[in-house]
Write a protein that binds this ligand. Structure first.
Ligand SMILES: [Zn+2]
Length: 332
């Protein structure tokens, strides 16, 4: 474990915000604290596992690092289709096993800005930082993944991924993988850089902003997607945190400060939520709070599929900074 200063401004004074154990992946029963910088308000996990210790908290089933089969991908796409069409929502509302799978897949429709950029510029060079095996791009699924873009005809695809097995799998698909920032040649210039729900996992986000500043071409695009610590879920339940693997808990405000510090321009920020994050947190939140006076999100685990469908519509009406996830577009 290590105690650290603020990565954004260097301040060492911080105030306590929340504490939590790893209720999401159950890698440990240790309790971790999140603090906020008294100068710039960056929220971060402190003390935290060091770079050599953090691996033990990524449980084997952290599915992102494994490549799914073709069949699994088709089934997944079919489930997304059912989850977002009212007819199927009513149909499957009474089948418990399917219901749960569908609730987790109800999503707003958000265009993939990288896909749109690469469609217009198929010769562009693209790097995905922290992409696992490159088969799945979280919110944008298989179509928005590194291999999805390769299938689209994008030739210059680079990736940064710490897991050796994932790098091997990327190499087989014609992607050039790097293990870390220092392995990237200084003169490699990129049209597009993406960090899809990975910035919150790194030990020093500053180095990544610096990397973008150094490697992104003028006119290029950097996409950051991260959990939004200002989002509704975290405002309601400040200890609903993915610890210890989330080392930073950003907000639109702290991302703006990072960008300004590193000479980057925030072109756009957008937030969104989906019912699955409330539902999943409700299911796995520590049971010691599961009483009549539960203070956590447990009640969300009892929502029906039909409720989740309409909840999704209601969530899209929240203010632009209140979604649980944040999309940022940066340029140089
Ligand atoms: Zn600070």
């Amino acid at each position: 474990m290590e105690a650290v200063h603020c990565d954004l401004c260097g301040q060492k004074d911080a105030r306590f915000e929340a504490k939590q154990t790893d209720f999401m992946h159950q890698s440990t029963t240790e309790v971790f604290s999140v603090v906020s910088c008294t100068t710039c308000d960056l929220h971060y996990t402190n003390p935290r596992p060091t770079e050599s210790e953090i691996g033990q908290y990524y449980v084997g089933s952290y599915s992102f690092h494994n490549a799914p089969s073709q069949l699994k991908r088709y089934i997944d796409e079919l489930l997304y289709f059912f989850a977002n069409h009212l007819f199927f929502v009513y149909l499957f509302n009474w089948i418990p096993f399917v219901r749960e799978k569908l609730i987790l897949r109800i999503r707003p429709t958000i265009a993939d800005p990288i896909r749109e950029f690469l469609k217009k510029n198929p010769n562009a060079s693209f790097m995905d930082i922290g992409c696992g095996a490159g088969e799945h791009a979280h919110f944008w699924g298989h179509r928005g993944s590194v291999t999805g873009y390769r299938r689209m005809g994008v030739k210059n695809v680079y990736a940064m991924e710490i897991a050796e097995k994932a790098r091997e799998s990327l190499r087989e698909k014609g992607v050039t993988p790097f293990k870390s920032l220092v392995d990237v040649p200084a003169d490699l210039k990129l049209d597009v850089i993406r960090m899809n729900w990975s910035l919150e996992h790194v030990h020093r986000p500053s180095e990544y902003f610096q990397f973008v500043r150094q490697h992104l071409k003028p006119g290029g695009l950097c996409l950051l997607t991260i959990p939004n610590n200002d989002g509704i879920l975290y405002r309601m339940y400040p200890d609903c945190l993915e610890l210890p693997i989330h080392l930073y808990h950003f907000s639109p405000d702290t991302i703006h400060k990072y960008a300004q510090k590193h000479g980057l321009v925030v072109q756009k920020t957008e937030t969104f939520s989906y019912p699955g994050s409330f539902y999943f947190n409700g299911q796995v939140y520590p049971s010691r709070r599961d009483s009549e006076n539960a203070s956590g999100p447990q009640g969300f685990a009892r929502m029906s599929l039909v409720e989740a469908y309409y909840f999704n519509r209601v969530l899209q009406r929240a203010g632009n900074h209140l979604g649980n996830d944040l999309i940022v577009l940066l340029t140089v």
